[in-house]
Design a protein around this ligand. Sequence first.
Ligand code: NAD
Length: 395
Amino acid sequence: MVIEPKIRGFICTTAHPEGCREYVKEQIEYVKNKGTINGAKKVLVIGASMGYGLASRITAAFGAGAATIGVIFDKPSDGKRTATAGWYNTAAFEEFAKKEGYYAKTINGDAFSKEIKDQTIELIKKDLGKVDLVVYSLASPRRTTADGTTYNSVLKTTGDTYTNKTIDLRTKELSEVTIEAANEEEIEATVKVMGGEDWKDWMKALKDADVLEENAVTVAYSYIGPKLTYPVYFDGTIGRAKADLYRSAEELNKKYSDVKAYVSVNKALVTQSSAAIPVVPLYISILYKVMKEKGIHEGCIEQIQRLFAERLYRADGTVPVDTENRIRIDDLEMREDVQQEIERIWKELEHDNLEKYTDISGYWHEFYKLFGFDIAGIDYGKDVDEMYSPESLKV
Ligand code: NAD
């Protein structure tokens, strides 16, 4: 198949196997060049095929030399359509892990379901015995609970309707967007999907099955961001879900004395999930510009490598946290000089100065890369094998 990008709304419906493979390789090289991390050795990553979860799996394996089990929710190619990017990323991850002698197996299915939890536990028991790190990195628009109810998360504000600048990334048109306030039902649904309930269910299932090492660590990811995006993020429905995640970490720490649960607050980055949030892509394209100019820009892999090396697995064994027990690797994004510059730009931003003040081309480049496109050295006119699959998922 010769594969081209097909953008529909916030997503790209095609993915390029060789491009994805190259992007995974690039991330692996980055981690390897950073040196060995004295970290976890048997790692479960839930949501392991894209974004922060994929970066976590790569860092665990190629930084700390860990055996990894990844839970993903992806589609193989049927010969007519390409596979999802996460499928190809996982194929590449397993290929490179195998080459270097690292155990890597993947379970494909709905991580919210009991069935997938059971399958994962069975695999841990069979192959690893126990795990010492559980990374929870799901980003999903919906969740079906055990009683069959499906909850859909919404990206709305809470309280009053909110209006601010936004950008149509495709036409590069600056416009205003008004975000409606969510009702209680929508807030609850978003908390059900993106809050901590399923993380707690996973930890209970793993604990009950006795597949957690003593002093195992678990980490889930969150975002806070500046006041500028508070109405749509921190004070929005997603922020409510993240508040529930913090409470869940606390509960886990109280309930299991031999497990350490953390939430790591990460930087805003272009991923499939963040592209769907109004206002945020414009903020990200200014953030990229400012952080690149200051030489402190990071992607998922730089963030997670730093999370492992400088937070979770430091030589002195301490884990630096803020006053609310959260790990902060959004420290560079939240630096005062960075945020002051963004605020200034935000106020001055008009259609005519968009190119000057924002990194829209950088945004698009990152977006295409997520699906294996726009990657140097790949010949996109070439026929490629769309059936490229993770070794452990081949039937
Ligand atoms: P992403 O869309 O890149 O990755 C999400 C992963 O979850 C994918 O691998 C996807 O296949 C998997 N997934 C989704 N539903 C699933 C299901 N039902 N079963 C199994 N796997 C499933 O998202 P991301 O941006 O990396 O987000 C991961 C976490 O990081 C989220 O909690 C998000 O809030 C947080 N975070 C993101 C940002 C950001 O700017 N992107 C910043 C800080 C924190």
